[in-house]
Design a binder for this molecule. Structure first.
Ligand code: F0G
Length: 458
């Protein structure tokens, strides 16, 4: 008999999590103004709010942490991190930051000006926030297939070259500081970009003299999908694929809280000395000296090890097959979701799941609240609340898709937890026709409203 798959690790430390009753949860979520971000974690049984900074570190990372060098300048831990980043990405300059959005803030302070256009595949919300905050515009050039959850395209994060070229043709080069490729593309469902597409985007961008920057938050997961799905890539190592990806760009921003396998941290890696010089000044103002940028030495030491581990095939196989394990159960229950299943999360298609809830009532948020009340599982809305209002018209922006994202923290939950999540969602699915009303906004902030919005039942 063929042996079944088993994780390439064992667990050394555990953390208690607490179950609660449906009555308790119904009260708690009302007290939290129906915003899942307002819940304290003790009121959550399984936390799928994000895969960002919520994973488990390895014994090697904890060991590295003890050896962190806390020198203000030129710390040995920075040097270790620098060596690892160079090895994996090929970039020659490194600026640590306290997390991914800080890297965006520093780099965009150098590159993004009023009136600019930044084309790319569905930009992440903080990325878009940092672009729009500078009165620039993020142009989504993702392929159309990404917006139909039933189409099983292997690289739904790909950029549509015709959409991109149209932007290049209609705007002067000076208005487009770079093209941003997000790997994997979180907003469209943790979907990868193929190496072929990355190279084609580079070729086209070269023609117009526009450089490429990567948002590399989940670059290792993207490389895994390239190895698994792209012909000719199956025999290469993850690290070889990563080098080839990054060779197409002049730099990257990184949220180390994802594929860095640490709880906090980020960085900018670059090849361009001029940009590095100016970005160094912004790092000093916003983050800290250029050899720590808001990170402690011990965190940089753990990150150096984490980046190495995250780019090993065995780790990625266990990580991504767990997400697939959950997604396949949901598919068996006929629950509508973004196909194929993403790298870091399963994205439930809330418009199809709750067809009786009007769009203005935030169906994905409604589903998130139902799932929490059902089983104490906290997921996150990737829909109209997150899409914010149009900065000019102040109208709600209705994205093409309304998702409830079940983000799976790395090396944290077991497949029994996945079974529990699948059953909980099936229970909600079985009574979906009874759910006809959602929520309306009581209070919201000007920008990035979903974090703090207050809602009431319609
Ligand atoms: N880019 C992408 C693609 C992201 O997914 C995130 C964060 C960031 C940048 C910003 O990084 O959080 O370190 O400041 N995504 C988290 C999520 C928050 O839940 O998807 P950060």
């Amino acid at each position: 008999m063929k042996l079944p798959y088993a994780e390439p690790f064992r667990i050394k430390m555990v953390e208690k999590i607490r179950q609660s009753t449906k009555e308790e949860r119904t009260k708690w979520i009302k007290d939290a103004d129906f915003n899942l971000f307002n819940l304290s974690s003790s009121k959550v049984f399984i936390d799928l709010l994000t895969d960002s900074g919520t994973g488990a570190m390895s014994d090697e990372q904890w060991a590295a942490l003890m050896k962190g060098d806390e020198s203000y300048a030129g710390s040995r831990s920075f040097e270790e991190l620098f060596e690892t980043v160079k090895k994996i990405t090929g970039f020659r300059y490194l600026l640590p930051t306290h997390q991914g959005r800080a890297a965006e803030n520093v780099l965009f302070s150098v590159l993004v000006k009023d009136g600019n256009i930044i084309p790319g595949n569905s930009h992440f919300d903080t990325t878009k926030g940092h672009i729009e905050f500078r009165k620039a515009h993020a142009a989504d050039c993702t392929i159309d297939e990404a917006f139909d959850t039933e189409i099983n395209h292997p690289f739904k994060g790909n950029i549509d070259l015709r959409k991109l070229e149209k932007i290049y043709q209609n705007h002067p080069k000076e208005q487009i500081p770079f093209c941003l490729i997000t790997i994997t593309c979180n907003t469209s469902g943790g979907q990868p970009v193929s190496l072929e597409n990355i190279k084609a985007v580079k070729e086209l961008s070269d023609k117009y003299g526009i450089p490429i920057i990567f948002d590399g938050a989940r670059f290792a997961e993207n490389a895994y999908f390239i190895k698994q799905r792209e012909s000719g890539q199956e025999h290469r190592t993850i690290k070889e694929i990563c080098r080839e990806i990054f060779a197409c760009g002049i730099g990257m921003t990184m949220s180390s809280k994802k594929d860095g396998l640490v709880n906090i941290g980020g960085f900018i890696a670059l090849n361009d000395e001029q940009i590095f010089r100016v970005a160094s000044n912004f790092t000093i103002i916003y983050e800290g000296f250029i050899t720590y940028g808001g990170m402690s030495g011990r965190d940089m030491a753990a990150l150096a090890v984490g980046l190495d581990e995250a780019t090993e095939f065995e780790y990625l196989e266990s990580r991504i097959s767990q997400v697939e394990y959950l997604g396949n159960q949901l598919i068996n229950y006929n629950i509508p979701l973004q196909k194929p299943i993403g790298g870091h999360a399963v994205f439930i298609d809330a418009l199809k799941f709750l067809p009786n809830v009007p769009r203005e009532d935030f169906p994905a948020q409604t589903l998130g609240i139902e799932l929490y009340k059902e089983a104490g599982i906290r997921a996150v809305e990737i829909g109209t609340l997150l899409a914010d209002r149009d900065p000019e018209t102040r109208e709600n922006r209705y994205p093409k898709l309304e998702f409830l994202r079940l983000a799976i923290p790395r090396r944290t939950y077991t497949n029994n937890h996945m079974d529990y999540i699948a059953t909980a969602l099936k229970n909600v699915f079985d009574r979906r026709n009874e759910i006809t009303k959602g929520y309306s906004i009581v209070w919201e902030s000007e920008i990035l409203r979903h974090f703090t919005v207050k809602l009431k039942e319609v």
